[in-house]
Design a protein around this ligand. Structure first.
Ligand SMILES: NC(=O)c1ccc[n+]([C@@H]2O[C@H](COP(=O)([O-])OP(=O)(O)OC[C@H]3O[C@@H](n4cnc5c(N)ncnc54)[C@H](O)[C@@H]3O)[C@@H](O)[C@H]2O)c1
Ligand SMILES: CC(C)[C@H](C(=O)O)[C@@H](O)C(=O)O
Ligand SMILES: [Mg+2]
Length: 355
């Protein structure tokens, strides 16, 4: 089993270190780790945020464990050299079109959510975010206009792109509470009209799944008003990015939510994938030991489940995280004072107790 570890920038290396501690404690046989540079650190060391050797390392692995990219010192570079291009490049080069972002309330954290505790307790949803298309990957640029410099980004989705992510979402719903909400802006966008019509066409193949549609503005509102109504949400790249950060705040902190990015490639043990927290490099707290490593540790659990076929280990990690959170060892993001390392150590202790 080969895992490519790409810690990246800012808090990426800090949270990835804690995830690797947990992985180490599992003492998996025949596991090889490869570590590569990605993001701002890769630009500074190799002149490119996604060096060819990093991409090759990712390709050759069964799974990629990714930290975060983003470095304020790189913000004024031409777009192709900016750290964020590295994660976009990995997602598209590796064909990872389905981004699963689960958000569920943790016992003991209800009072830390900005929502009423009874609402926070009811959150158990999965955002299935399309990851290879939309306005992220359309043509873009800058041109002159009567109003001065004008930036433009093409937004598009074709039927094939919608179909493959919709299949992923319907299948995910079948394994959960069988309810799928497709989120779009079909009252305004042609992209969304094709999206909605294509999802409806596919629904006939999944008669056991209840499908509804919601405009994204309403979805953002419903997510804070009554999040318990959602089971699986399927949406495009941009809307999924925004709604998943919002869902994380409803649960309690962006430091809690993990993600899996999957495509069609399978490995000897499962599905090839890239696993990362939904948060970024958090330059405002980097290097201070304040980052919550839970999202990174839960991303490792998703890696074990989807790419390495190790469900029991994944479940054990998830139980250890839940136990640790309810034991009130929490970081600054959750009103506590535990450091990144102390949170990792606490999870490790719970993991060993669960064995
Ligand atoms: N997948 C990725 O690598 C990824 C994702 C999002 C943002 N980014 C990049 O990260 C940089 C910073 O972006 P941003 O500030 O908008 O988003 P961010 O997610 O990095 O941070 C948003 C806020 O949440 C806090 N936060 C994030 N993760 C946390 C954690 N684990 N524990 C405690 N607090 C945490 C931060 O301190 C900050 O106040 C930018 O360069 C951005 O492009 C990268
Ligand atoms: C850094 C950025 C390109 C990325 C995205 O928008 O997909 C991030 O916000 C995320 O959620 O993974
Ligand atoms: Mg995001």
């Amino acid at each position: 089993m080969k895992i490519a570890v790409l810690p990246g920038d800012g808090i990426g290396p800090e949270v990835t270190r804690e995830a690797l501690k947990v992985l180490d404690a599992l003492a998996l046989p025949q596991l090889t780790l490869f570590e590569g540079d990605v993001g701002g650190i890769a630009y500074k060391r190799h002149g490119h945020p996604l060096p060819a050797e990093t991409l090759e390392m990712a390709r050759a692995a069964d799974a990629v464990l990714f930290g975060a990219v983003g470095d304020p010192e790189c913000d004024t570079l031409p777009r192709e050299y900016r750290p964020e291009q590295a994660i976009l490049g990995l997602r598209s080069e590796l064909g990872l079109f389905a981004n699963l972002r689960p958000a569920a309330g943790f016992p003991g954290l209800e009072d830390l959510s900005p929502l009423k505790p009874e609402l926070a307790r009811g959150i158990d949803l999965l955002v299935v975010r399309e990851l290879n298309g939309d306005v992220y990957f359309g043509d873009k640029g800058e041109r002159d206009s009567a109003g001065g410099r004008e930036g433009w980004d093409d937004m598009s989705y074709n039927e094939a792109e919608v179909r493959r992510i919709a299949h992923s979402a319907f299948r995910a719903a079948q394994k959960r509470r069988k309810k799928l909400t497709s989120v779009d802006k079909a009252n305004v966008l042609e992209t969304s009209r094709i999206w909605r019509e294509t999802v409806i066409e596919l629904a006939g193949e999944y008669p056991d799944v209840e499908l509804d549609h919601m405009y994204v503005d309403n979805a953002a509102m419903q997510l804070v008003r009554s999040p318990g109504q959602f089971d699986v949400i399927v949406t495009g790249n941009l809307f999924g990015d925004i709604l998943s950060d919002q869902a994380s705040a409803c649960v309690g902190s962006i430091g809690l939510l993990a993600s899996a990015s999957l495509g069609e490639r399978t490995t000897e043990f499962g599905t090839f994938g890239l696993y990362e927290p939904i948060h970024g490099s958090a330059p405002d707290i980097a290097g201070q030991g304040k980052a919550n490593p839970v999202a990174a540790i839960l991303s490792l659990a998703m890696l074990l489940r989807h790419s390495l076929g190790r469900d029991a280990d994944a479940n054990r990690i998830e139980r250890a995280v839940a136990a640790s959170l309810s034991s009130e060892i929490r970081g600054a993001d959750l009103g506590g004072s535990a450091s990144t390392q102390e949170i990792g150590d606490a999870i490790l202790r719970h993991l060993q107790a669960i064995a």
